[in-house]
Design a protein around this ligand. Structure first.
Ligand SMILES: C[S@@+](CC[C@H](N)C(=O)[O-])C[C@H]1O[C@@H](n2cnc3c(N)ncnc32)[C@H](O)[C@@H]1O
Length: 324
């Protein structure tokens, strides 16, 4: 398979477009300004996201606000046929399928969970397609690696002829003060069936050590944020960080709805407060330009970000996948 000058991509389960920012090499200004300069140069090839799919109306309105020119389909992915997917003739597919089937809160039902149906359907299409994508990028929770759905994924990709690299990476490894360990799979299509060599990487080859940046580098000082009442703090085992910290806990979709296990809170001279949606976005390496429509509430932004990706980590992986 030869050199390509432009890559056409489809973004499945696009959410608010964290992967789209990564494909554009955006979202790394924070990282670039703080500590990691020159390590995230962005992708060298122009990438054109020709279609994005998601059923969620809230995240779709945020996506449209950030990528108005991208054709966004508010469709159930399960209904896409191999023939309709062939028509896009995309060289790259990116996917962040729902993670609930692989989490304790979602009862760990794996492939038996109906929320896996669309992912299974997409994988089945690969086998039937005449123009299957040359590259596939998948993101999910770390636990995905040890599930029955992972076995289906690997078997399908290998039988269609994809060589696979698998990772578990967290932004803290890249000097970003936020923990978000996630499973990533990168697949490149070869000719004929390939064998699977199970190996889970915990770093990216050729990508060296990073100087840690601090929480204070990601704060915005001009936002009104409510501080926590002290009674709540005393009663709970909340993750609290100071501005000098070099890590914070993973922000989930329930951040601020539940105090424990959904992300860190910041202690400053005035008390303890949640990170603002803008600050959470920054800790997840979203660019300064990331925005949302006025009717979207803070709770909705936290929820959407909690389901999203760290843009800088995804960007770094895509850079490796697409080097041809
Ligand atoms: C883990 S989130 C993906 C987040 C995304 N990477 C981002 O940056 O925001 C999974 C997304 O899949 C969407 N989704 C789940 N099932 C779907 C289906 N059958 N068809 C289309 N979208 C679906 C959800 O609405 C959700 O936005």
């Amino acid at each position: 398979m030869g050199e390509v000058s432009q890559i056409n991509a489809i973004e499945f389960y696009c959410g608010i477009g964290g992967t789209h920012f990564a494909l554009k090499g955006k979202g790394v200004e924070y990282t670039l300004t703080h500590a990691l300069s020159s390590v995230f140069p962005g992708l060298s090839k122009p990438i054109n996201v020709i279609a994005a799919f998601d059923i969620n109306t809230t995240t779709n309105s945020i996506y449209k606000c950030n990528f108005p020119a991208t054709k966004l389909y508010q469709n159930n992915i399960q209904g896409l046929s191999a023939a309709s997917l062939d028509k896009f003739d995309a060289q790259l597919w990116t996917m962040s399928p729902p993670c609930q089937p692989f989490t304790l809160k979602g009862n760990l039902k794996g492939k038996e969970d109906r929320r896996c149906d669309s992912f299974k359907a997409l994988l089945a299409s690969l086998d039937e397609m005449k123009r299957a994508p040359r590259w596939i990028f998948i993101e999910n929770v770390s636990n995905f690696y040890s599930t029955s759905m992972h076995s289906i994924l690997i078997e399908t990709l290998n039988s269609v002829g994809y060589e696979i690299e698998e990772y578990i990476l967290s932004p803290v490894q890249f000097g970003i003060p936020n923990s978000r360990p996630r499973y990533y799979l990168m697949a490149s299509r070869k000719e004929g069936r390939v064998e699977y060599h199970s190996h889970l990487y915990h770093s990216i080859e050729g990508v060296g050590e990073f100087e840690a940046s601090k929480i204070e580098d990601y704060l915005s000082n001009n936002e009104e944020i409510e501080y926590l009442p002290s009674v709540k703090i005393e009663q709970n085992n909340i993750s609290i960080v100071e501005s000098s910290a070099i890590t914070s806990s993973c922000f989930t979709k329930s951040y601020t709805q539940y105090l424990v296990g959904c992300g860190s809170y910041l202690r400053d001279s005035k008390g303890i407060r949640p990170f603002s949606p803008r600050e959470v976005a920054s800790l997840m390496s979203f660019p300064y330009s990331f925005s949302w429509p006025e009717h979207i509430t803070h709770k909705q932004v936290y929820r959407a970000l909690g389901n999203s990706v760290n843009v800088a980590v995804v960007s770094k992986l895509l850079e490796r996948l697409l080097q041809v």
